[in-house]
Ligand binder design. Structure first.
Ligand code: ADP
Ligand code: MG
Length: 706
């Protein structure tokens, strides 16, 4: 019988020959406790002896990895008492001198005749090549052409050759490994067998074999991850009985049709596609769980409105939840504008119709007004309710909630999504985000959602011209552009520095900045202030005045980050721009460039870190949210994106959501194929067994229950 990973996970590493209690303790430091941990402790890199850089070819200043034999080794102390070890390594082409400071023991470790791998920066000292404090690895007297180098092994006091020996022993004893991937699929995908892959990744016959092995094992990791995600999605679908919405109603109740006809522009092809997909979801028996992602200004609101209208035309209600009051208010305004003339059937009324009712509920709606609104909501007299978190509280009850739209999904937690969904009986859910992430990452982060992407902007937009104003001259030019635009009848935003500690401090600094600017560089212009700590009605008044053009320059905190849509605003100045993340900068910049006029965005401040500099440069170079998302992913790494999504143990040891994008998509397809043919994996016991290894118990129970 082939050996399953679960069995190897049940064996302690101390069972392996040569690993005593002390070695086991060192291995525990690098989180290797079981035999499974050991064989999945993959090499950090591989050295091809026949192709590695020769010492004689190394150039000064470059980082290099070399392998050679120790020819001389000594240690001494400086006059100040510091220990210095000096080791000379020869690789057949030339000598390299290595100097270790405060590491006197190196002379004992690196005795003459030892084969050693060194990684470090090549410098020239007294005319000779030298590395200072290089990373050292002992690979032992390997015979193979390719030598594996294991990660961090030095920190734990373990040499790579020891790890390699233990793994060889472990794999020898494990014998044939169970392969969870059905043979026909494996052959179709041209993947190598698992047992072979596991051996070759640790002791490859050639670099090509190593690559094939890595490909297979990385696929396995992604396949496990995607299988659990697809199973979760299907389990949720099985659990719920969704509403079958009326997507093709008779003409008299075809609200969506009437709405689309009333628009004075054409839908973009991607809006068309998105609405099609949503109609299919809404007309189906499973509740929709769809993510709509699109760059700022791509026209997501329109797609959301379409979904809400489908609910209403079938006699249900719709809810739209936004993360801030400012945004909720704005959605309310634009929905009233868009839907103002529509009416819905109402047999109780003369003429059999009443106007479509759109209401706004925030914490500021109180007393009598609130009571009346809640009553209308519970009786079904409100068709679409827009609001903030205020929608989630206890006394908000819908008569028949059919479609839920959540705007700017990243601002809400999973629980809040669930809470809103809980206001109805399995309503359909559309979540929207203007912080796009690459498709393959979306597949994982939002693994239980379907993803629709609006990948084009409506025609006629002019890209925002972005400049990084890093010096006083450039900054002065930015402010005079603000003045110029205002004189030309346009408006401007000034975004105050981000202050992480507290909203209160941020509000105070915004107030000070407002006073400073209006008395100085912006004197004579009509300035307004907007921050999160202002009373709701003052916020609303400031936005309304800006919208009406009674304020020229709005000095604001990040409260304006999302959704605010004022086409006459054509300049934005962002202060201390390098404090913001890319996604946030892009969101902010999306507040301008919404009309036909040329818009500009100025990023002030120094790039105080190399990363900050990269972010600002990327902003200057690109207006494309998807491109910027990739840059962001590269800068921050995928850990931050996966974040809380990860349950159970981390299984991505070889695979990377960044580097292995195609493999993620492939794994997703195969996972869907397997799960749809065998929803609880009863015919795939090896695969089920491996998944259980990764999932926490609760999750496993949920997925495997039929
Ligand atoms: P976002 O995706 O950022 O939420 P919005 O839905 O706010 O974008 O749309 C931005 C602007 O583009 C709005 O003023 C909207 O009316 C307009 N718009 C949306 N779709 C189209 C279209 N197909 N053609 C022209 N303008 C459109
Ligand atoms: Mg929007």
């Amino acid at each position: 019988m082939a050996r399953r990973l679960r069995q190897l996970d049940g064996l302690n590493v101390s069972e392996i020959k040569g690993i005593g209690a002390k070695r086991a303790e060192s291995l525990a430091q690098v989180e290797v406790n079981t035999v499974l941990d050991l064989i999945t402790y993959y090499p950090r890199t591989w050295i091809d002896r026949s192709r590695q850089a020769a010492i004689s070819d190394l150039r000064d200043g470059e980082e290099a990895l070399v392998m050679g034999q120790v020819k001389r080794s000594s240690s001494r102390r400086t006059r100040s008492g510091r220990a210095i070890a000096e080791v000379h390594v020869f690789d057949g082409s030339s000598y390299l001198r290595c100097v270790f400071f405060n590491q006197g023991w190196r002379a004992r470790q690196l005795q003459v005749g030892t084969t050693v791998v060194l990684f470090g920066k090549v410098e020239r000292y007294q005319g000779r090549r030298q590395m200072n404090n290089p990373l050292v690895d002992l690979v032992g007297d390997r015979t193979g052409r390719i030598v594996p180098v294991y990660p961090q092994s030095e920190k734990a006091g373990i040499a790579s050759w020891e790890v390699a020996d233990w793994i060889a022993e472990a794999l020898e004893r494990a014998g044939e490994l169970a392969d969870p991937l059905p043979e026909d699929i494996r052959i179709r995908l041209e993947l190598v067998p698992r047992t072979w892959a596991m051996r070759q990744i640790h002791a490859p016959d050639s670099m090509k074999d190593k690559d094939a092995a890595r490909h297979r094992l990385a696929f396995d990791e992604l396949f496990r991850m995607q299988t659990s995600l697809v199973m979760r999605k299907r389990a949720v679908e099985r659990e719920s009985k969704g509403i079958v919405h009326a997507t093709a109603p008779p003409a008299e109740s075809d609200l969506l049709g009437r709405f689309l006809q009333s628009l004075d522009f054409d839908l973009t092809p991607s809006q068309d596609r998105a609405i099609d997909q949503i109609l299919t979801d809404l007309g189906g028996t499973f509740p929709m769980h769809r993510l709509l992602q699109g760059d700022v200004g791509a026209g997501k609101t329109l797609v959301a409105v379409a979904a809400l209208l489908v609910a209403v035309q079938g006699g249900y209600q719709g809810a739209l939840m936004a993360p801030t009051e400012v945004l909720a208010e704005q959605h309310h305004l634009s929905l009233r504008n868009l839907l103002g003339d529509l009416s819905v059937p109402d047999p109780a009324r003369l003429g059999g119709e009443r106007p479509l009712q759109v209401e706004l509920l925030t914490n500021r709606v109180t007393g009598q007004r609130r009571a009346r609104m809640l009553e209308m909501l519970a009786s079904g007299a409100v068709d679409i309710l827009i609001g903030t978190h205020a929608l989630l509280v206890e006394h908000v009850n819908f008569a028949a909630l059919g479609v839920v739209v959540i705007d700017e999904q990243h601002r809400f937690g999973v629980e809040q999504r669930a809470a809103l969904r809980g206001k109805g009986e399995d309503p359909d859910v559309l979540v929207m985000t203007a912080t796009p992430i690459p498709r393959t990452a979306a597949m994982t982060v939002y693994g239980d959602l379907d993803v629709t992407t609006l990948d084009e902007l409506p025609p006629g937009r002019t890209p925002v011209r972005t400049e990084w104003a890093r010096g006083p001259m450039e900054e002065a030019a930015a402010w005079s552009m603000v003045r110029e635009e205002v004189e030309a009848g346009h408006q401007a935003y000034v975004v105050c520095p981000l202050i992480e500690e507290s909203e209160r401090i941020q509000a105070r600094s915004a107030t000070e900045e407002f006073e400073r600017l209006s008395g100085d560089v912006l004197s004579g212009l009509r300035c307004g202030l907007l921050h999160g700590q202002m009373p709701g009605k003052d916020k609303e008044a400031a936005m309304a005045a800006f919208r009406r053009g009674e304020i020229d320059v709005l000095v604001a905190t990040t409260v304006i980050e999302v959704g605010v849509d004022i086409p006459n605003a054509t300049v934005m100045v962002i202060e201390d721009a390098d404090r913001f993340g890319i996604a946030q900068l892009h969101q902010l910049r999306g507040r301008v460039g919404r009309g036909a006029a040329v818009s500009r965005c100025y990023l002030l401040g120094e790039g105080s870190t190399p990363e900050g500099e990269t972010r600002l440069k990327a902003m200057v170079e690109s207006n494309d949210g998807f491109h910027l998302a990739e840059v962001d992913l590269d800068l921050r790494g995928e850990g931050t994106i996966l974040g809380t999504r990860q349950k159970g143990r981390n299984d991505l040891k070889l695979a990377s959501l960044r580097r292995d994008r195609e493999l993620v998509a492939l794994a997703r397809d195969v996972a869907t194929e397997v799960v749809d043919s065998d929803p609880t994996l009863k015919d795939h016991p090896e695969l089920a067994d491996e998944l259980r290894l990764l999932l926490d118990e609760e999750e496993a129970e949920f997925l495997f229950k039929s």
